[in-house]
Every structure is written in C-alpha cells, then in structure tokens.
Ligand binder design. Structure first.
Ligand SMILES: [Cu+2]
Length: 385
C-alpha cells in the first residue's frame, strides 16, 4: 500500500511540471520508502516513456522523409541522363535480342548468354564461300567483285565459281560482237554479222578507164593507180591479169595484180588469177591447219546426296566430253563454270551435256541445286591434261 502523502506529493508536483525522475529523487531525499516511491511513480513513468517513444517515432519519420526527398532528387537526375541500352545477342537474333528503351525494365541475362556465340570459329569455307552462323554459303556475285552479264553481252573476264548465281563474271561484261566469229575474205569487211565487199575508195584505190592501164590491182576493177596506155596498146583489150605492153597482153606480176604469192606449204585462201610467177592470191596465205587430235569421251555420271560418281573424270585437252548424268535421289544440279556447263538434274531423268575440254587443269564440279545439309560438299573433279 502506497503512502497517501507520496501520492499527494506526486499529484501536486507533477502538475508543476516535474518529471518522474525528479519526483523520485525528491521523495527519497525526504525519507520516503524508495520501493513505495517507485511504485507510486510507475504509472507516471510509463506515460513519460510513452512520450519518449512517440518523440522517437517522430524523429524516425523525419529521417525517413529526408531519405525519400534525396531518393526523389536522385530519380529526377537519373531520368534526364542518357539511357544505356543493353542488347543481348544469341544464335537467333530475332528472338533473343532485347533493346531497352527509357523507362522499361530489362531482365538481364546471365553474363554467359550475353557473349555473342561465334559459330563460325574454326569453320573453314571453300573459296567463294563465307561462313554464316556455322554454315558455309556461296557469296553473292557482287561480294565476289563480279557481275552477272545479261542478254546480248558476255563475260570478258573469267567466270567465278562459287557465286550464288553460278554465272558471276569477274572482269566485266562486253556487248556480244556478232562479227566476232565471221571470217571475211580480203577486200571484204564484216558489217553486222555478214561480209560486205569494200568499195574501191575504201580500198584506197582508183577505177581506171578502158584506155588506161591498171597498176596494182586491188579488185576486179580497182587499181592502185592508172597509167596511160602507149599508143600501140590503144584498142587492145587484155584479161584482168594481163597488161598491154607494146601492143601485147602480158600477164602481170602478182604484186601488180594486187595479190600475194604463198610460199612453202601455205594455202591460198582466195585464189586470184594466174600470175607470171604462179598462183596469185588476192587474200592472205595461211599456214597449213594441223588438226588437233581430239577424241570423243563419254561418261555415265550419277548424282546423289552428296556426291557425283565417278568423283573424278580425267580427259585430255581438246577432247569432246559428254556427260550423261542422272540424279538418283533428289533434284541436283551440275555446274562447271570454266566450260559454261550449268544444268539442273531432275530426279530420275538423264541429262546429257557436251563440251570441249579446251583448258588444262583441275576443275571443281559443283552441285548447283540445294539438296540438303551436305550440299556444299557435293563436288567432283574434272582433270584436263
Ligand atoms: Cu546439292
């Protein structure tokens, strides 16, 4: 039981603003039992503690608000700084790529998956091919520095094997020359594919009158120059290979006729007339043509995933080579650019192709129709010796 005086003292002085600690010290100093004083002060002390507690909560809330203000300032500053983008690249760039824009959250992948996987490391492609994601593909013609020659033009340089088009020309295209293979006689010129006789003025000659002597015949009635006949030859008519001398027709020399004499075993391409020294040629003389020894060679070739059989074909230069190719399983193609061979091979159908092996060397035969995973390795070899 607490002393009534202690309670009165506390009630009186509490109202004056003394704290529980001060009241305790005063009452104990006055000789009151410390236990009773403490007992009487306990309710007041708890109230004070509550007051202390709410003060601490206020300080805590204050600090919390200051921190929130700092965080807010930091956020605003961050919002106006450049945004870093993170790009994740994997094997399939369409699905694996992530580009973060401002305000979006990015799910960061583990470091290992961010590293670009180099599937081409260690992959060795053939000439004209490049590695992409671990597989070799033929380069496009433009990547090979060439161009595909269109209709009316042909390749002036060499055809590059390995282009995706198979007909890639390195060295430029030239307009096809329709006179390229036309061989005209002397006194003629090729115009748009056919031979046309040159006019006398084009031959830088003159046409002599019947009263004149033709000197240096360039054509049937075209001469280098004309001489006036002597009186004795007036009215004398000679053959075209003759000239009148002192009233007589004399066979002219070959050079006077505007021709040449072929020597040795040369062949006269265009015989003019008999001259004083033998057969006079109006055109040029040709070395005798020695026929190249050529043989027809035929090969039965089978195409199947992923090889040509026989894998190696050996011929001699000049041989006319015929390949009879049949695909056994799926559609294939056969490309041999150096000899202009490019055929598709529908399955089960024999395709015959003939070409002249006019170059010496080893040439790779490619499959030109995509036929599966081993397509790029489907090759054969043509050896021309
Ligand atoms: Cu193929």
């Amino acid at each position: 039981m607490v002393d009534k005086r202690i309670e009165d003292y506390i009630a009186t002085n509490k109202a004056k603003g003394f704290s529980a600690g001060q009241l305790y010290t005063a009452l104990v100093n006055q000789g009151y039992n410390a236990g009773q004083v403490a007992e009487a002060l306990r309710p007041h002390h708890q109230v004070e503690n509550k007051h202390h507690l709410s003060g601490k909560i206020l300080i805590f809330v204050g600090i919390l608000m200051i921190l929130m203000v700092i965080a807010g300032v930091f956020f605003v500053l961050n919002a106006f700084s450049p945004v870093e983008q993170e790009v994740v690249i994997g094997r399939n760039s369409e699905s694996a790529g992530v580009i973060a824009s401002r305000g979006e959250s990015v799910v960061t992948q583990p470091i290992e998956s961010v590293i670009v996987e180099d599937l081409c490391e260690g992959v060795v492609c053939r000439e004209g091919e490049q590695c992409f994601e671990g597989e070799c593909f033929r380069k496009s013609c433009s990547e090979l520095g060439g161009q595909v020659c269109g209709g009316g033009s042909s390749c002036d340089g060499s055809l590059k094997v390995g282009s995706d088009t198979n007909l890639c020309c390195v060295g430029g295209c030239i307009i096809d020359d329709v006179c390229g293979d036309v061989d005209c006689d002397s006194g003629e010129v090729c115009k748009e594919g056919s031979c046309v006789a040159l006019s006398c003025s084009e031959l830088k000659g003159v046409v002599c009158s019947p009263e004149q002597l033709c000197v240096g015949r360039l054509g049937s009635d075209c001469c280098t120059s004309c001489n006036e006949r002597t009186d004795s030859c007036t009215g004398v008519s000679c053959n075209s290979n003759e000239a009148c001398q002192s009233g007589q027709c004399v066979v002219m020399s070959c050079s006077d006729q505007g021709g040449v004499l072929c020597g040795g075993d040369e062949t006269c391409i265009d015989e003019l007339t008999a001259s004083d020294a033998g057969v006079c040629c109006s055109g040029s003389c040709e070395e005798p043509i020695v026929e190249e020894e050529s043989t027809d060679k035929e090969f039965i070739v089978t195409a199947k995933q992923f090889s040509f059989l026989p894998e190696r074909i050996e011929v001699n230069q000049g041989d006319s080579v015929t390949l009879k190719i049949t695909s056994e399983d799926v559609d294939h193609g056969l490309f041999l650019g150096e000899f202009g061979v490019q055929v598709t091979l529908p399955v089960g159908e024999e395709v015959v192709v003939t070409f002249v092996a006019d170059q010496v060397g080893e040439f790779t035969i490619h499959c030109s129709v995509f036929c599966g995973s081993g397509h790029n390795g489907m090759t054969g070899t043509l050896v021309v010796s």
